[in-house]
Design a protein around this ligand. Structure first.
Ligand SMILES: *Cc1c(COP(=O)(O)O)cnc(C)c1O
Length: 407
């Protein structure tokens, strides 16, 4: 395959270091093209992508329906602002409301912004209904809600917060999966509880049986708002459109981003009518939020996920298949602690560092991710096949065998 790139790879890597702030630990490759579950670097080397741009490319790369929707919208209207009604934005809000617990939607451009809107909405509703002192939000240790100052303050992990203090006040943290700790932390100041159904960034930690139901009951009893951060778990990642659907409960507010736009930046805060009413003209805004381009891509992506049920079904089936394969590896290698996941959000916890395993897989043409230092995280496009999963399982077997021969 001939790839036309304007700079040599070496020059790009040098200029990347020269001109970009050093915020990412990047692999020394430049990905220039993607199709379905495959991506290609500037040398033309092919990789099978088990990262999906961190749970973004749920339909694979450059899904034809998303590409066509973007092309058509780019020719019609790229930006106009929320001073006017925006057709693709209205369509997207409608389809999200029709397929969720929610009545109303606010659009932004990222997961952090979607969570910011959720935090602001919860505070405003609570102050108006219960008084000025009610503004605290309880979140969980190990959570990840974003990198803006408010969402960083909501994130229950010191390693992300260090160096950025003072943080925003009004957040309390409790251990994940611990309902008693939550009960003991609620005061008259508490207005909401915010959790991820699965803690993706801190190693694919799954909410245990009864936890979300317990949260719902406590929130109902204490008149607290239940906010679910489904930025990573949403849009079919777990085999249902939204992860909360596995737990027979509904949140009051839910945030989405990552896969919502089929690869294009967009965030959404979904809410029941009762809480959404706290936002009135002037309460909150975003210049680019719900712009025509992002919403056109998102409409195509949501329609492709829902169409004939194949994508969701495949996410469930391939998730089970993949997990079984990883479980088989666990039987062979004692350094594998646990395999856990729902649908195609899967973690494999090792009792050893995993970054060199990621590099070895990269060399063999597979993109995988390591989180928390010792958890391999797999989040392939939801269109992945058994053949591709088998190919990665073979590579993992080989890599495990070579780098850690003591079995
Ligand atoms: C990625 C992520 C965010 C932040 O999203 P950005 O688009 O990077 O701001 C928030 N919450 C969860 C659960 C995430 O996985």
């Amino acid at each position: 395959m001939v790839l036309i790139v304007s700079m040599t790879t070496q020059k790009m890597l040098e200029e990347s270091k020269t001109y970009l702030m050093d915020t990412y630990r990047r692999f020394p490759i430049v990905i220039v093209k993607g199709r379905g579950v495959k991506v290609y670097d500037s040398h033309g080397k092919e990789y099978i992508d088990f990262v999906s741009g961190i749970a973004v490319n749920n339909l694979g790369h450059c899904h034809p329906k998303v590409v066509v929707a973007l092309q058509k919208q780019a020719q019609r209207l790229i930006h106009i602002s929320n001073l006017y009604h925006i057709e693709p934005q209205i369509r997207l809000a409608k389809i999200l409301v029709e397929h969720s617990f929610a009545d109303k939607v606010f659009f932004s451009n990222s997961g952090a912004e979607a969570n910011e809107a959720a935090i602001k909405l919860a505070r405003k509703y609570s102050k108006e209904n219960f008084g000025n002192e009610r503004y605290e939000i309880i979140t969980t240790l190990g959570s990840f809600h974003g990198r803006t100052l408010a969402t960083l303050s909501a994130t229950g992990q010191e390693k992300f917060q260090k160096g950025f203090e003072p943080l925003l006040i009004g957040f309390r943290y409790v251990p994940f999966n611990d309902l008693d700790a939550l009960r003991n932390t609620i005061t008259d100041r508490t207005c909401a509880v915010m959790v991820e159904p699965i803690q993706g960034e801190s190693g694919v930690r799954i909410s245990k049986e009864g936890y979300l139901k317990g949260l719902r009951e406590i929130c109902d009893e204490k008149k607290l708002i239940l906010i679910l951060d489904e930025v990573q778990t949403g849009m079919g990642r777990t085999g249902k459109l939204f992860a909360y659907e596995h737990y027979t409960i509904e949140p009051d507010i839910m945030t989405l981003a990552k896969a919502l736009g089929g690869g294009v930046a967009i965030g959404a805060t979904l809410s029941k009518e009762k809480f959404a009413r706290a936002f009135v003209p002037g309460s909150h805004a975003s210049t680019f939020g719900g712009n025509p381009i992002a919403c056109a891509a998102a409409n195509a992506a949501v329609e492709a996920i829902l169409e004939d049920g194949f994508v969701l079904e495949n996410s469930r089936r391939m998730g089970d298949y993949f997990k079984k394969g990883l479980e088989r590896l666990k039987e062979d290698y004692s350094f594998i602690n646990e395999v856990r996941g729902i649908g195609l959000l899967i973690g494999m916890e090792l009792n050893t560092e995993c970054s060199n395993i990621v590099t070895d897989c990269l060399e063999r043409g597979f993109l995988i991710n390591c989180t928390e230092g010792n958890v391999l995280r797999f989040m392939p496009p939801l269109i992945i096949t058994e053949k591709e999963i088998d190919a990665l399982l073979d590579v993992l077997d080989d890599v495990f065998h070579r780098i850690l021969p003591e079995r």
